[in-house]
Design a protein around this ligand. Structure first.
Ligand SMILES: Cc1cc2nc3c(=O)[nH]c(=O)nc-3n(C[C@H](O)[C@H](O)[C@H](O)COP(=O)(O)OP(=O)(O)OC[C@H]3O[C@@H](n4cnc5c(N)ncnc54)[C@H](O)[C@@H]3O)c2cc1C
Length: 377
């Protein structure tokens, strides 16, 4: 009987892994890919939704379109995981895996920040981005805060991108001069990996009159007084609060015993968990890389290589390299790029390519190649 690999979660990590396993083995290995949703949406498409650049249908890729030899997609909710026996229960059935890969991403804990549910908005979920799309046109004056409410959070440049895109959007509607934009971040620079990318963001902030509030997190909101409380006792008045929510593992992962100190620990080179033949990739782990799609993708690639070598009883897999090209939207249709490398050298590096229209095209091509590779569209 062929090896049965069960992949939980069809985001960046799960999709990359299943596509690579299919290319390597075709029908010789059985891959079951499970996700509760019917479609995949890139994290960065939430900006397209929020600022009305795209409709939801335009940014969705449907899992039913996956036609990869050996891969069967199931739209089911995972309700329990037993890592010791590699048994998985969903709302529709049970699975016994020879090899289990957990790629369930990070969930949001909106109520962890007092006052946020009542008084704030967010662009980290599709629902949040769609609500903002309705609300933004009525925001024509006052103070807008983009504030991080906890670490770690997905895509370290995303709050900076939100600030620069909000500036662009308000400018296009001729109301920018009536709005003050501030961004609250837990670090002393916008993109800690790259001093040059951080400087470019700060230059753009200075040029566009966006206030950077470093080394702080938003710990609560008073929706009645419209005040945001920061960690060090600072209070900031707001009219529009866009929060980056506290993140946590999905409840099913928390209940499985896989997580330690909040996230799933993995072997840095192989992404194996401490349970035999159980791997974890992407945002759900505490691997020493930021939570971002490009690193989930490179983790999917690394586990694929590892499993290909293991199943073929030969060859050795390259250790996980923690690399990825991170694209940063600067506004005016321009995109910059940080070539992040967290694990191949003695310390992480992130050379920066300045924002341009060419790199914006490159980002589009990046998304298109993934759609083709993962969905065969
Ligand atoms: C505004 C924004 C902008 C971003 N921009 C970028 C960017 O430019 N570049 C970049 O690299 N990253 C970006 N990201 C981050 C990126 O989207 C995530 O880091 C990435 O999706 C993580 O991949 P993953 O495979 O680990 O998890 P995910 O892609 O989150 O996939 C996890 C999957 O598991 C499924 N799932 C969860 N629980 C269950 C369950 N119980 N049962 C069944 N299925 C379940 C989910 O439906 C989901 O499809 C951005 C994120 C945001 C919010």
């Amino acid at each position: 009987m062929s090896t049965h690999i069960v992949i939980l979660g069809a985001g960046f990590g799960g999709l990359e892994l299943s596509a690579r396993l299919s290319s390597a083995f075709g029908d010789d290995v059985r891959v079951t890919l499970i996700d509760k949703n019917e479609s995949f949406v890139f994290g960065f498409s939430k900006f397209d939704l929020m600022f009305g650049r795209e409709r939801l249908e335009g940014v969705r890729s449907y899992y039913r379109d996956i036609t990869k030899p050996g891969v069967e997609f199931r739209q089911e909710l995972v309700v329990s995981i037993d890592p010791g026996s590699r048994a998985v229960e969903t709302d529709r059935g049970t699975y016994e895996a020879d090899i289990l890969v957990v790629a369930l991403g990070a969930d949001y804990h909106f109520s962890a920040t007092p006052g946020f549910v009542e008084g704030g908005h967010e662009f980290y979920s599709i629902d949040g981005a769609l609500k903002l799309r309705e609300l933004l046109p009525s925001f024509t004056s006052g103070a807008a805060i983009i504030g991080v409410m906890g670490e770690p959070f997905k895509c370290p440049p995303a709050p900076s991108e939100a600030a620069m895109l909000l500036d662009e959007w308000l400018t296009s509607r001729d109301v920018r001069s009536a709005v003050q934009i501030s961004m609250v971040l837990p670090w002393d620079m916008p993109i800690p990996l790259s001093a040059s990318a951080s400087q470019a963001v700060l230059d753009r902030f200075a040029e566009r009159n966006i206030t950077f509030v470093p080394d702080q997190v938003v710990t609560g909101l008073d929706p009645a007084k419209k005040v945001a409380f920061l960690r060090d006792g600072i209070e900031l008045a707001y009219d529009l609060f866009l929060g980056v929510p506290v993140h946590r593992v999905p409840a099913v992962v928390a209940a499985s015993g896989l997580a330690v100190d909040g996230w799933i620990p993995v072997d840095q080179a192989t992404l194996a968990t401490r349970f035999r033949d159980v791997y974890a990739i992407g945002d759900v782990t505490s691997a020493p890389v930021p939570k971002a799609g490009v690193f989930a993708e490179s983790a999917g690639r690394a586990v694929a290589e590892h499993l290909i070598a293991q199943i073929r009883h030969g060859g050795s897999a390259t250790p996980y390299d923690g690399t990825g090209a991170c694209y940063i939207e600067f506004g005016d249709h321009k995109v910059g790029r940080v070539d992040a490398d967290f694990l191949t050298g003695p310390s992480p590096t992130g050379p920066f390519t300045a924002a341009s229209l060419e790199t914006a095209q490159e980002k589009k091509a990046y998304a298109e190649t993934r759609r083709q590779r993962w969905f065969g569209e």
